[in-house]
Design a protein around this ligand. Structure first.
Ligand code: UDX
Length: 437
């Protein structure tokens, strides 16, 4: 099939490459010339494992091209909208500027039987509004909402082998003409048994925000338990293991630590609350305010623990932060709890050095006042305390005996609870986890 993908960020670039991998002829379109130049040279403009290899592989087939020219969408029968929906400045709601701009730029190029497929995370009600614009332009074209659930760091696998497909169509019916067309797009993963649900437009939009809200709630739940464990002298990691063995609860997303960040969960729960308010259903989501508050409290707690580790004062203390990305296997620092903690420590008078295998360039753009050092050995040299805040494998694998030779004081705060406390203590370290004795 001929497919256009509008918006080539984390979502769109991966989607375009994966659609070409599935055998389709794909054009990726974005207004950002530097992004298009990089992608045209088969280089991902961000770090995502295996994406560069996939870009090289599919571009060699001639099935994947990139351009800034929207008229390249003409001739495609399926148009994916993959632009960002960031949080509005100073408000909780989602900024739909890019979605609206993408759809209005696309409209002149759609023809009868074309399907416009929304993948961006949008406030419920957006799809119906866009469906109207599409049908005003071309009564025989369709708009479908097909939310994307990919995780950064696993984006290629999540796109090629998703847990499920959700198609939101105007009448919510299986026999809607757009259903068959999307089935053709996803023929390969569907053939392997991937479940596919057809719903109406608002349900499809809500599936995405509800899923992200549930994940955020799960993380804040275990972080609230960590607060309680700290107060009671209990161990949240054992608690999570034990409750996670109940199938109804599950161990995934029960890792207590410095909390969630990134370009999705924080802004999605806030946009969801804002939208609920507009719909007069704000009471239904007031718990998300608490989820957000628990999450933000983790950052303050870590700063306090770091102060304790440094003997009661942060002034002039040399602190090394291991990890800047919002999670491992990503160079994304949007709302990264690690960086936000690093900046707080700096504001309170410590000398902070941040290290990370992939995210230092992005981190330095956001917080130029922090010191950055790529090499871990150099970054930890003479440190008064280490803070492990993003659980990259290389930090999990650090040898406490070897590391002790570099630092000024053998103190470590494990913000992700991924180190073995007994091993570090045996090597002479003062070890502090979160929600652990
Ligand atoms: C998330 C959703 O998982 C994905 O389905 C959706 O499409 C986009 O948003 P992503 O932002 O890539 O994906 O990251 P995710 O793996 O969900 O992690 C989000 C944050 O939660 C990270 O900061 C991570 O460190 C944190 N986290 C995750 C925890 O603190 N504890 C956990 O147990 C799990």
């Amino acid at each position: 099939m001929r497919i256009s993908v509008i918006g080539c960020g984390y979502l769109g670039a991966v989607h375009a490459a994966c659609m070409a991998k599935l055998g389709h002829e794909v054009v990726g379109i974005d207004v950002d010339e530097s992004k298009i130049a990089a992608l045209s040279a088969a280089q991902a403009p961000f770090y995502e494992p295996s994406l560069d290899d996939l870009l090289v592989e599919v571009q060699a087939t001639g099935r994947l091209t990139f351009t800034t020219d929207m008229s390249a969408a003409a001739g495609s029968s399926v148009h994916f909208i993959c632009v960002g929906t960031p949080q509005k400045k100073g408000e909780n709601g989602a900024d739909l500027t890019y979605v609206d701009a993408a759809v209005s730029a696309l409209l002149p190029h759609i023809r009868e039987n074309d399907v416009v497929v929304g993948k961006s995370t949008v406030p419920v009600g957006t799809a119906s509004r866009l469906a109207l614009l599409v049908s005003e332009q071309e009564p025989l074209a369709h708009l479908v909402w097909n939310p994307e659930f990919l995780r950064e760091g696993h984006a290629v696998a999540d796109t090629l082998h998703p847990d499920r497909f959700v198609y939101g169509v105007s009448d919510g019916n299986e026999d809607h003409p757009a259903v068959g067309i999307l089935d053709e797009v996803y023929a390969a993963p569907l053939a392997t048994g991937t479940p596919r649900l057809v719903s109406d437009l608002p349900t499809a939009e809500l599936v995405k925000t509800a899923a992200n809200s549930f994940l955020a709630t799960k993380i804040s739940f275990i972080n609230a338990m960590a607060e309680l464990c700290e107060a009671a002298g209990a161990d949240v990691t054992q608690l999570a293991d034990a409750i996670g063995m109940d199938d109804r609860i599950g161990r995934k997303f029960l890792h207590a630590g410095i909390g969630f960040g990134g370009g999705c969960l924080p802004k999605d729960i806030r946009a969801f609350m804002a939208r609920a308010g507009e719909l007069g259903a704000d009471q239904a989501l007031t718990f998300l305010r608490e989820v957000d508050a628990i999450n933000m409290r983790r950052r303050t707690r870590v700063v306090e623990l770091a102060r304790e580790l440094c003997g009661g004062s942060l002034l002039g203390k040399r602190i090394t932060v291991l990890g800047a990305a919002f999670k491992p296997e990503s160079d994304d620092v949007r709302d990264s709890p690690a960086l936000s903690i690093a900046a707080q420590l700096q504001l309170q008078g410590s000398v902070v050095t941040v290290t990370d295998p992939k995210a230092l360039t992005n981190a330095a753009k956001r917080f130029p006042e922090l010191h950055y050092q790529k090499d871990t050995d150099r970054a930890v040299k003479n440190a008064d305390a280490l803070l492990l805040l993003t659980e990259w494998q290389e930090y999990r694998d650090l040898d406490p005996y070897e590391l002790a030779g570099f630092v000024a004081s053998s103190s470590i705060l494990d913000g992700r609870n991924v180190l073995d406390p007994a091993k570090w203590r045996a090597a002479g370290w003062t070890y502090r986890g979160l929600g652990r004795p």
